[in-house]
Design a protein around this ligand. Structure first.
Ligand code: 5GP
Ligand code: MN
Length: 342
């Protein structure tokens, strides 16, 4: 755990400030939940906080309280640059390195003259002035709760803040099932429900918001699934054509990789998704036990993340990407075999 400069930060935030809050590119529930929760909290403390979102985020997160107050860096670029330039300080939430916001926004942040605060749970964070980094915590939303607690402000958590925090903890823990879900997480969740998070409604809004096409895309993904039993590995491919056929929308592929991991005996799961706009194959990795997909993706696919959930990319074609991936497996056979005792 790294906690750096937070006493000084508290002093700095004693005066009202213009604050910008940023999550990572391709925002998920934790990125949107943590940035919006922090915005509501800082506004309540008398600051003027604005969330700037790097790019599009899934429809099933648009209902989050405060979502309509955000700026989108990609298509509201002038307003976003302006609000960044006129801010006193920027909070970076749910990511560990500036390149995770995408190259245009990265350039804007690299020219930023004031200080950054990072609150994040990803491995190997870049250093900034004020840091709260803990890779053992399940979600940035839990860390934002703990930041509010550090400031002795838990009584400022209202239904909107509770709803945003609940959402990110729920999505980043796979609905409270991954290893990093602790008794502390459950105590925090209980408190958030007491403070107004309507848990059944939140689950419904996030998970029961499928379109018919999304289910058909899932069906396609499952029929493309390949199992490599001797390496305890399963992987899924989705081509641009298949995405188009089922009218792919942002967020439609979220969570599909977990189906591969749900097969008995599988400890490494991957999904390869063609992105013809960016000319890459976007990859998601998940593992069970000691096999670190963070390390695997850093070593081979220009990515990273957490030990059991990471992302990466490949500039090769889909077929070449699959070949590269499968030809890497033999060297990890022993590690994969012993990764998780079922
Ligand atoms: P997902 O597979 O859901 O896109 O990402 C899984 C986890 O890995 C998330 O916590 C995400 O923030 C992180 N992640 C995804 N892609 C990358 C990447 O290219 N680099 C790094 N460092 N982390 C990533
Ligand atoms: Mn997260």
């Amino acid at each position: 755990m790294i906690l750096k400069g937070f006493e000084a930060l508290k002093g700095y935030l004693e005066k009202p400030r213009n604050i910008v809050i940023i999550g990572h590119r391709n925002p998920d529930g934790d990125a949107m939940g943590s940035t919006l929760a922090l915005k509501h909290y800082l506004d309540k403390k008398g600051h003027k906080a604005t969330v700037v979102v790097p790019n599009e985020y899934p429809d099933f997160l648009h209902w989050l309280p405060g979502s309509d107050t955000t700026y989108r860096f990609d298509w509201q670029n002038t307003q976003s640059q302006k609000v960044i330039k006129s801010s006193d300080i920027i909070f970076l939430l749910d990511f560990n390195a500036l390149h995770r916001v995408g190259s245009d926004m990265q350039r804007a942040l690299e020219q930023y003259p004031n200080d950054f605060v990072m609150i994040d749970h990803h491995q190997q964070p870049d250093a900034v002035k004020y840091m709260y980094s803990d890779v053992s915590i399940c979600s940035t939303c839990q860390m934002v709760y703990q930041y509010i607690e550090m400031n002795k402000d838990l009584d400022l958590i209202d239904a909107d803040i509770a709803t945003c925090l609940y959402t990110g903890i729920m999505t980043d823990t796979g609905s409270f099932r991954f290893r990093a879900t602790t008794s502390d997480t459950h105590r925090i969740i209980a408190d958030l429900i007491d403070k107004g998070a309507e848990n059944d409604k939140i689950h419904n809004k996030v998970y029961d918001a499928n379109s018919y096409n999304r289910l058909l895309l899932l069906g396609q993904a499952l029929s493309n699934l390949e199992i490599s039993a001797i390496y305890n590995t399963a992987y899924i491919t989705l081509t641009s054509e298949e995405k188009k056929k089922f009218d792919f929308q942002k967020g439609d592929t979220e969570g599909i990789v977990n189906y591969a991991l749900s097969i008995k005996g599988i400890v490494l799961a991957a999904i390869f998704i063609e992105d013809s706009e960016q000319g890459i194959v976007k990859m998601s990795f998940r593992s069970k036990g000691t096999f670190s997909v963070n390390q695997f993706s850093r070593n081979h696919f220009e990515g990273g993340g957490h030990d059991n959930a990471a992302g990466g990319k490949s500039g090769l074609s889909m077929a070449e990407t699959v070949t590269k991936f499968t030809s890497l497996l033999p060297q990890y056979q022993q590690e994969l075999k012993t990764s998780y005792e079922n």
